[in-house]
Design a binder for this molecule. Structure first.
Ligand SMILES: [Zn+2]
Length: 300
């Protein structure tokens, strides 16, 4: 069975799950945990983040942690207003702060304020510094072109955990980009000598005006370099475009938006990098061949 991106992201230890939560979740988005949480949360020893001095994927070390506040939720049935002794302590949330700093420069810091709700087994960020970024890589921005604005609007919605809005923007991006993606996919398959039946299939889909048709064919011909862990990104796009997954709940929509935005990013960047690698390889080969033919002429 094909695994979703989300399943792969979270199919690991509690510490890794918390690391993913810390580095990718926006404010107020609840993460429902299924493991035991200590009083203060098992913080990962390190996080991979972008340091303003040392660059992307820098190692950040755990620095310190403190309990900011215990919030007690009192269960108080209406008649008990006049009988305070009948109130019961129903459950409590713990607000904690965690800090990390860059392993190399020790200068760049990350601060997270997290609420832990043990009754509902959920954690969420109530503060973060520096704030959740909507910056995207130049490669993704150039591939998205005019749709960069929609994509960033989706990220703005996600930064506030507005899943419904984020899904609507992302759906628009897939609709608009599906043709371009399929054209690039065709180029990459042709460069790898895909059989003519496959290329013909894509050519027929490219004639269609329906983005869902294009996603369906893309799912059928999807090459292995786009399918880490047996996922199929285009199946997700096809589902989204053809049926439009109707979910009312903001949190479920946030999960879907996270899956779609990560998948879009993966597909666009992987195709661009693949074609860049092929171009670089061909350019090197051409240089060698040119040198050989020059030598051949001068010797001949
Ligand atoms: Zn640094």
């Amino acid at each position: 069975m094909t695994k979703s991106v989300r399943e792969i992201l979270f199919a690991n230890s509690p510490q890794n799950q918390i690391a993913t939560f810390l580095t990718t979740y926006p404010l107020y988005r609840k993460y429902k945990y299924k493991f035991d949480i200590s009083k203060e949360l098992e913080s990962p020893d390190t996080l991979r983040l972008t340091c303003t001095r040392c660059g992307p994927r820098s190692v950040f070390d755990y620095k310190d942690k403190s309990v900011l506040q215990e919030i007690i939720h009192i269960h108080q049935p209406l008649p008990a207003v006049h009988h305070p002794s009948k109130t019961t302590r129903e459950w409590w949330e713990t607000l904690i702060s965690i800090r990390y700093h860059c392993h190399v420069c020790k200068f760049d810091e990350r601060f997270y304020a997290i609420s832990i709700d043990r009754k509902n087994k959920a954690i969420w960020k109530v503060g973060q510094h520096p704030p959740y970024s909507i910056d995207i890589s130049p490669l993704l921005e150039s591939a998205l072109g005019d749709d960069t604005l929609y994509y960033k609007n989706a990220l703005v919605c996600m930064s506030q955990s507005y899943g419904l809005g984020a899904c609507a923007y992302l759906r628009r991006v897939i609709e608009n980009k599906m043709h371009d993606i399929l054209v690039r996919l065709r180029d990459s398959l042709q460069a790898e000598h895909a059989d003519s039946a496959t290329l013909q299939k894509i050519d027929v889909a490219l004639q269609s005006n329906v983005a869902a048709d294009k996603a369906k064919i893309a799912a059928e011909v999807c090459p292995s370099y786009l399918r880490p862990g047996d996922t199929n990104p285009f199946r997700l796009f096809h589902n989204e475009l053809s049926t439009g997954i109707h979910i009312e709940d903001e949190h479920e929509c946030m999960d879907l938006a996270t899956e779609i935005s990560a998948t879009l990013q993966h597909v666009i960047i992987a195709i661009a990098e693949n074609s860049q690698r092929n171009d670089e390889y061909l350019a090197k080969l051409k240089k060698v061949q040119d040198r050989r033919s020059k030598r051949g002429k001068s010797e001949g």
